[in-house]
Design a protein around this ligand. Structure first.
Ligand code: SF4
Length: 221
């Protein structure tokens, strides 16, 4: 296997492979919102001490904007309402040689299930389609990395104190395979066509994307 696709790349390709093409080589900065949610998530299942978590956030992100503290307090009060499992391992690197993907699972629990921490607000019920896809990818990776079957995983919507279990279905695995194929084509240098229902509103690449052919080979198609 030459190049493993990160799970984030698989999800990006599910949303728009063309956008993944434009962004693949860009360094992406972590958002302060994610830093807060990730740090709160690391303490779930134990007594949540706001000052301790705040010190850790400032260590990770020394220039955290002022509103970050407000977000932290909101996350903590939301998460205190929910019972959380404590993991046996955190930030576990996993990969699937069969699929050619890799990633990092936020938490693995004693019963073999796992959790990923998200900074988005929780949907009214269940989880977002992109999170189903993330869970499907991690189930496949964990199965190969740990050598045992994994039924599903939890999605922690930390900002809302919600934890939702997902058991991937055949439809999710098909979506996963489709997105992996698209990502592999991008990695091989193909410029994907614009998807018919691409989420172009607010896409920072709109101008470049609609500007027409850029490669010499494109001019002769
Ligand atoms: S403008 Fe639309 S089609 Fe183009 S990269 Fe962005 S989301 Fe994809």
């Amino acid at each position: 296997m030459d190049e493993y696709i990160p799970v984030s790349g698989v999800v990006a390709c599910h949303i728009c492979p063309r956008r993944y093409y434009f962004e693949r080589s860009e360094e992406r900065e972590e958002s302060p919102r994610y830093t807060v949610c990730k740090q709160v998530s690391a303490h779930l299942g134990e007594l949540l001490e706001p000052e301790e978590i705040w010190r850790e956030i400032l260590c990770v992100l020394p220039d955290a904007p002022a509103e970050t503290r407000e977000l932290l307090d909101g996350c903590i009060s939301a998460c205190r309402e929910t019972a959380w499992q404590r993991p046996v391992q955190t930030d576990l690197a996993v990969e699937s040689d069969l699929l050619g993907i890799r990633g990092r699972v936020d938490k693995v629990f004693e019963d073999g299930t796992f959790a990923i921490a998200r900074s988005s607000t929780a949907p009214r019920a269940g989880v977002y389609g992109t999170d189903r896809l993330r869970v499907a990818c991690y189930v496949a990776c964990l199965k190969e990395t740990l050598g045992r079957a994994v039924a599903g995983g939890y999605v922690e919507y930390v900002a809302d104190g919600a934890c939702r279990f997902v058991e991937p279905q055949p439809r999710d695995r098909r979506e996963m395979l489709r997105a992996i194929r698209a990502a592999k084509r991008v990695v091989a240098g193909e410029i994907p066509p614009r998807p018919l229902r691409a989420p172009c509103d607010g896409c920072p690449h709109l101008e470049r994307c609609t500007a027409g052919p850029r490669r010499l080979s494109d001019l002769f198609r």
